[in-house]
Design a protein around this ligand. Sequence first.
Ligand code: F6R
Length: 658
Amino acid sequence: MSQQTVSPQTILMQASSNGKGTTGTIGQPITYEKIPTQIFADSKEASYAVAKEIADLIRQKQKEGKPCVLGLATGSSPKTVYAILVRMHREEGLSFKNVISFNLDEYYQMEPDSIYSYHRFMKEQLFDHVDIPKENYFLPDGTVPAALLRDYCTSYENKINAVGGLDFQLLGIGGNGHIGFNEPGSLINSHTRLITLDHSTRAAASMEFGGLHNVPRKAITLGVAPILNARRVVLLAWGERKASVIKNAVEGPVTELNPASYLQAHADVTFVVDESAASELTRIKTPWAVDSVIWDNKMIKKAVTHLSQTLKKPILKLIDKDYNDNGMSDLLAQYGACYEININVFNQLQHTITGWPGGKPNADDTHRPERAQPAKKRVLIFSPHPDDDIISMGGTFQRLVDQGHEVHVAYQTSGNIAVADDEALRFIDFVVDFNNGFDIDSPDANKLFLDAKEFLRHTKNSEIDSPEVRKVKGLIRRGEAKATCRFVGIPTSQAHFLDMPFYETGTVQKKPIGEEDIKIIENLIEEIKPHQIYAAGDFADPHGTHKVCWDAIEAALQRSKHKNFMKDCWVWLYRGAWAEWDIYEIEMAVPMSPDQVLKKRQGIFKHQSQKDGVVFQGEDSREFWQRAEERNAGTAQLYDSLGLAEYEAMEAFVRWKF
Ligand code: F6R
């Protein structure tokens, strides 16, 4: 490997030395991480630092009168970096005239103008919005005939070498450790080539492609060797889905089973991660085991629950020796004996459990998660998609209704892209037959629906649905959400369909949130004046939609927080179908009986378009009701294993404070 001289004076490394933008233990150098890793509070802050580094490099090269050769990645991870670079171009005059760029990969076979192509992605995210000359950006060509591929790949790499090699390589990381599309098994000296995609990679991409069967089996990827030859490498990872692969790449052995671990051999690499992606790193997961920590309440709760889980011992049975053997002796020294700590943590966990998510009327609420007053609360549940309310907090939703609160649900997006074509056809057929069957003469409606039917017959899966078809799909989901509301027992007048504009692109790629989106949320909050808001705090959602939906809520809350009614408003965050809060974070846990679990399942079944092979199955082959049940049962088992009461299932919440 020819490693060139490195330039350590980057923004990220400066951040590393002054500790800015990082979290973790206090002060000490972390030697067990084999790749410098910067942890940022969120992906936005992290993306800004990376964009700034790229912009500085481009400007520095401009000053030197040299081209700036960038290696670029696609996928969800670099999107904000590109958005910030575009903003810098527009607002700060950052020019890309001297940039020459090479993308890592492209699906094979893939037409450059397909909505799934990385060509199109790059144009939409970056190239079309900056002044990079058309002849300066290169992506592997997914249409090259098979017989010519080998030569083509060699020439792609030669082109990079001809312009002096990559100054900066931006990377994402696959859940299986792939960099570019160098899947596990790729060798450290591998070159640019056609590669067969892993099942897990295809499953992860199936979201964008509307089903696994549509995902190409192959791709052209830059090899590991040319990636390692870049003078500077920055790898981005966001969300807890990336946490274990990041830990293995950063702390584990160099192995072909995790190609990102090859980066341990690079002299100027930084992994830039958010807190969720960092959550499995030793310094984050068990910081007390490697360094001195500040033992605040949260840290104690985290350490004790971790100890209890590791030793498979209920909290109240932990003894001093357990603390001493597991790096927690300084905590013990502060308290004298473990019994007091055990009791303290046990009580805190105990106080999170409540069957009264809206507060228990006429009860002492000193140690309850919610206030007793007002006894009848106005509750506003935000549901990013039309089924998140019931999937993620169906048991709590039901209790709130049964306990007499005025519950409203705001369905933030139409969810129309997640309805399969044949499901739409079924409903269109029904409408046409319905009209005929009842002699309803509505030529306009019939034409609209017949056109949609025709469109679906001829559409190729790479096309965006017509507006009519999207409307039909949205109505299907709206009907399902209404059915759930009726089932739970709220009038459909309390179901608010917001159809937030950012979502309405017809593809998985959404628009950024705009003023209109925020205003819709702000108006609804103003109209209802809720005492409780529930929202999806699922920031690692593979669709990204949950995060955007939360951003809009947060922006609206920030604007409304000074209003009088907001003083009485508490905000609770739930998690979507993918993951649960960590036990030490949970502030309210609502238990469910076996019957309540069954009832929730029936509520989820109202979403028939999301059953039996959904469009956005993703990597998890379980249906949504199965994921929800297993997760809720898992939370209950966790409480049980820590020595608290044994319930059938539990839904968990974290309070968000202004
Ligand atoms: C994309 C690429 C891939 C992605 C990786 C992560 O050009 O080469 O390695 O970086 O699959 O994808 P996201 O960012 O979508 O999680």
